[in-house]
Design a protein around this ligand. Structure first.
Ligand code: COA
Length: 183
Protein backbone atom coordinates (compact mmCIF):
# COMPACT_ATOMS: atom_id res chain seq x y z
CA UNK A 1 0.00 0.00 0.00
CA UNK A 2 1.45 3.37 -0.98
CA UNK A 3 1.62 6.29 1.40
CA UNK A 4 -0.72 9.20 0.81
CA UNK A 5 0.56 12.70 1.37
CA UNK A 6 -1.73 14.69 3.62
CA UNK A 7 -3.01 18.02 2.38
CA UNK A 8 -2.63 19.54 5.84
CA UNK A 9 -0.55 22.66 5.71
CA UNK A 10 1.50 24.06 8.57
CA UNK A 11 0.69 27.72 9.06
CA UNK A 12 3.16 29.93 10.90
CA UNK A 13 2.45 33.39 12.28
CA UNK A 14 5.16 36.03 12.53
CA UNK A 15 3.65 38.96 14.47
CA UNK A 16 5.12 42.39 15.06
CA UNK A 17 4.57 46.10 14.82
CA UNK A 18 6.95 46.52 11.87
CA UNK A 19 7.27 50.29 12.31
CA UNK A 20 9.04 50.01 9.93
CA UNK A 21 10.08 46.57 8.69
CA UNK A 22 13.88 46.21 8.92
CA UNK A 23 16.52 43.94 7.39
CA UNK A 24 16.37 42.05 10.72
CA UNK A 25 12.67 41.25 10.24
CA UNK A 26 13.32 40.20 6.63
CA UNK A 27 16.05 37.82 7.79
CA UNK A 28 13.58 36.14 10.17
CA UNK A 29 10.82 36.06 7.52
CA UNK A 30 13.04 34.42 4.94
CA UNK A 31 14.20 31.75 7.35
CA UNK A 32 10.72 31.19 8.78
CA UNK A 33 9.30 30.34 5.36
CA UNK A 34 11.53 27.25 5.33
CA UNK A 35 9.82 25.92 8.45
CA UNK A 36 6.17 26.27 7.45
CA UNK A 37 4.03 25.81 4.37
CA UNK A 38 2.48 29.25 4.72
CA UNK A 39 3.72 32.21 6.72
CA UNK A 40 1.32 34.91 7.83
CA UNK A 41 2.95 38.17 8.81
CA UNK A 42 0.64 39.72 11.40
CA UNK A 43 0.96 43.49 11.48
CA UNK A 44 -0.23 44.68 14.89
CA UNK A 45 -2.07 47.97 15.16
CA UNK A 46 -0.25 48.36 18.51
CA UNK A 47 -1.36 51.87 19.35
CA UNK A 48 0.45 51.51 22.71
CA UNK A 49 3.76 51.80 20.87
CA UNK A 50 2.59 55.01 19.15
CA UNK A 51 3.71 53.89 15.70
CA UNK A 52 5.05 56.42 13.21
CA UNK A 53 3.31 54.76 10.26
CA UNK A 54 -0.41 53.89 10.31
CA UNK A 55 -1.38 50.22 10.10
CA UNK A 56 -2.30 50.30 6.40
CA UNK A 57 1.02 51.96 5.51
CA UNK A 58 2.94 49.34 7.50
CA UNK A 59 1.01 46.55 5.74
CA UNK A 60 1.82 48.12 2.35
CA UNK A 61 5.50 48.45 3.27
CA UNK A 62 5.73 44.82 4.43
CA UNK A 63 3.96 43.62 1.25
CA UNK A 64 6.34 45.63 -0.92
CA UNK A 65 9.38 44.22 0.92
CA UNK A 66 8.32 40.58 0.76
CA UNK A 67 7.39 40.79 -2.93
CA UNK A 68 11.12 40.61 -3.65
CA UNK A 69 11.63 37.35 -1.75
CA UNK A 70 11.88 34.09 -3.74
CA UNK A 71 9.10 32.44 -1.72
CA UNK A 72 6.75 35.44 -1.63
CA UNK A 73 3.83 33.26 -2.82
CA UNK A 74 3.89 31.41 0.52
CA UNK A 75 3.62 34.62 2.55
CA UNK A 76 0.52 36.60 3.45
CA UNK A 77 0.44 39.96 5.22
CA UNK A 78 -2.57 40.53 7.49
CA UNK A 79 -3.23 43.39 9.95
CA UNK A 80 -4.66 42.51 13.36
CA UNK A 81 -6.00 44.38 16.34
CA UNK A 82 -7.03 41.60 18.71
CA UNK A 83 -5.26 39.17 21.03
CA UNK A 84 -2.41 37.40 19.29
CA UNK A 85 -3.67 33.96 20.33
CA UNK A 86 -7.17 34.71 19.00
CA UNK A 87 -5.66 35.85 15.74
CA UNK A 88 -3.50 32.69 15.59
CA UNK A 89 -6.57 30.52 16.26
CA UNK A 90 -8.61 32.25 13.53
CA UNK A 91 -5.79 31.67 11.06
CA UNK A 92 -5.39 28.03 12.05
CA UNK A 93 -1.71 28.73 12.85
CA UNK A 94 0.13 26.05 14.79
CA UNK A 95 3.21 28.09 15.50
CA UNK A 96 4.10 31.68 16.37
CA UNK A 97 7.56 32.69 15.24
CA UNK A 98 9.59 35.41 16.92
CA UNK A 99 13.12 36.67 16.43
CA UNK A 100 15.59 36.76 19.32
CA UNK A 101 18.35 39.32 18.97
CA UNK A 102 20.08 39.46 22.31
CA UNK A 103 19.68 38.29 25.89
CA UNK A 104 17.75 41.49 26.55
CA UNK A 105 14.91 40.23 24.30
CA UNK A 106 14.67 36.99 26.24
CA UNK A 107 12.75 38.10 29.33
CA UNK A 108 10.02 39.92 27.39
CA UNK A 109 9.71 37.14 24.83
CA UNK A 110 9.53 34.30 27.35
CA UNK A 111 6.90 36.18 29.34
CA UNK A 112 4.79 36.78 26.24
CA UNK A 113 5.15 33.16 25.07
CA UNK A 114 4.23 31.77 28.51
CA UNK A 115 1.11 33.90 28.76
CA UNK A 116 0.09 33.05 25.21
CA UNK A 117 0.64 29.36 25.94
CA UNK A 118 -1.52 29.56 29.05
CA UNK A 119 -4.32 31.16 27.02
CA UNK A 120 -4.01 28.86 23.99
CA UNK A 121 -1.70 25.84 24.35
CA UNK A 122 -2.51 24.60 20.83
CA UNK A 123 -0.06 27.12 19.42
CA UNK A 124 3.67 26.92 20.19
CA UNK A 125 6.07 29.87 20.08
CA UNK A 126 9.43 29.25 18.49
CA UNK A 127 12.41 31.59 18.22
CA UNK A 128 14.89 32.18 15.48
CA UNK A 129 18.11 33.84 16.54
CA UNK A 130 19.02 36.84 14.46
CA UNK A 131 21.91 36.31 12.08
CA UNK A 132 25.09 38.32 12.31
CA UNK A 133 24.67 41.89 11.21
CA UNK A 134 21.00 42.17 12.15
CA UNK A 135 21.36 41.54 15.89
CA UNK A 136 21.46 45.18 16.89
CA UNK A 137 18.77 46.56 14.60
CA UNK A 138 15.72 48.06 16.31
CA UNK A 139 12.96 49.97 14.58
CA UNK A 140 13.02 52.72 17.22
CA UNK A 141 16.73 53.43 16.62
CA UNK A 142 16.17 53.34 12.86
CA UNK A 143 13.46 56.01 13.30
CA UNK A 144 15.69 58.15 15.51
CA UNK A 145 18.56 57.99 13.01
CA UNK A 146 16.20 58.88 10.15
CA UNK A 147 14.62 61.71 12.14
CA UNK A 148 18.03 63.25 12.71
CA UNK A 149 18.97 62.95 9.03
CA UNK A 150 21.25 59.87 9.25
CA UNK A 151 21.60 57.15 6.62
CA UNK A 152 19.45 54.16 7.58
CA UNK A 153 20.15 52.04 4.49
CA UNK A 154 22.38 49.57 6.39
CA UNK A 155 19.28 48.67 8.46
CA UNK A 156 16.35 48.97 6.04
CA UNK A 157 15.80 48.77 2.27
CA UNK A 158 16.27 51.85 0.10
CA UNK A 159 12.48 52.10 -0.29
CA UNK A 160 11.87 52.08 3.48
CA UNK A 161 14.68 54.63 3.90
CA UNK A 162 12.84 56.86 1.41
CA UNK A 163 9.54 56.37 3.27
CA UNK A 164 11.24 57.43 6.52
CA UNK A 165 12.80 60.47 4.85
CA UNK A 166 9.38 61.48 3.55
CA UNK A 167 7.75 60.94 6.97
CA UNK A 168 10.29 63.18 8.71
CA UNK A 169 10.47 65.83 5.98
CA UNK A 170 7.51 67.68 7.44
CA UNK A 171 8.92 67.46 10.95
CA UNK A 172 12.29 68.90 9.90
CA UNK A 173 10.52 71.75 8.15
CA UNK A 174 8.48 72.42 11.30
CA UNK A 175 11.65 72.40 13.45
CA UNK A 176 13.22 74.95 11.10
CA UNK A 177 10.18 77.18 11.38
CA UNK A 178 10.36 76.98 15.18
CA UNK A 179 14.04 77.98 15.00
CA UNK A 180 13.27 80.86 12.68
CA UNK A 181 10.52 82.07 15.01
CA UNK A 182 12.80 81.84 18.09
CA UNK A 183 15.64 83.73 16.41
N1 COA B 1 15.91 42.00 13.80
C1 COA B 1 15.91 43.29 14.06
N2 COA B 1 15.02 43.89 14.85
C2 COA B 1 14.09 43.14 15.39
C3 COA B 1 14.02 41.77 15.16
C4 COA B 1 14.99 41.20 14.32
N3 COA B 1 15.01 39.92 14.05
N4 COA B 1 13.00 41.28 15.86
C5 COA B 1 12.45 42.31 16.50
N5 COA B 1 13.10 43.42 16.23
C6 COA B 1 12.87 44.74 16.83
C7 COA B 1 11.88 45.61 16.18
O1 COA B 1 12.51 46.47 15.30
C8 COA B 1 11.27 46.33 17.36
O2 COA B 1 12.08 47.41 17.75
P1 COA B 1 11.52 48.62 18.63
O3 COA B 1 11.01 48.07 19.92
O4 COA B 1 12.72 49.48 18.78
O5 COA B 1 10.42 49.27 17.82
C9 COA B 1 11.31 45.30 18.46
O6 COA B 1 12.37 44.46 18.13
C10 COA B 1 10.11 44.48 18.60
O7 COA B 1 9.22 44.76 17.57
P2 COA B 1 8.44 43.74 16.70
O8 COA B 1 9.24 42.56 16.33
O9 COA B 1 7.81 44.52 15.60
O10 COA B 1 7.38 43.18 17.67
P3 COA B 1 6.65 43.85 18.83
O11 COA B 1 7.38 43.47 20.07
O12 COA B 1 6.38 45.29 18.60
O13 COA B 1 5.28 43.05 18.69
C11 COA B 1 3.37 41.90 19.42
C12 COA B 1 4.66 42.61 19.77
C13 COA B 1 2.59 42.57 18.32
C14 COA B 1 3.67 40.48 18.98
C15 COA B 1 2.57 41.89 20.75
O14 COA B 1 2.45 43.21 21.21
C16 COA B 1 1.21 41.28 20.62
O15 COA B 1 1.08 40.08 20.59
N6 COA B 1 0.16 42.12 20.53
C17 COA B 1 -1.21 41.67 20.40
C18 COA B 1 -1.97 41.82 21.70
C19 COA B 1 -1.70 40.65 22.62
O16 COA B 1 -1.99 39.51 22.34
N7 COA B 1 -1.14 40.95 23.81
C20 COA B 1 -0.81 39.96 24.81
C21 COA B 1 0.56 39.40 24.67
S1 COA B 1 0.93 38.28 25.98
Amino acid sequence: MGTTRTAIKRIGLYPGTFDPITRGHLDIIQRATRLVDKLVIGVAKNSGKGPLFCTSSRVKMVKREIARLPNAAAIEVVPFNNLLVHFAKDLGASVIIRGLRAVSDFEYEIQMASMNYKMYPEVETIYLSSTEGTQFIASSFVKEIARLGGDVRPFVSAEIAADLKEAFKGERARRKIRLVVRD
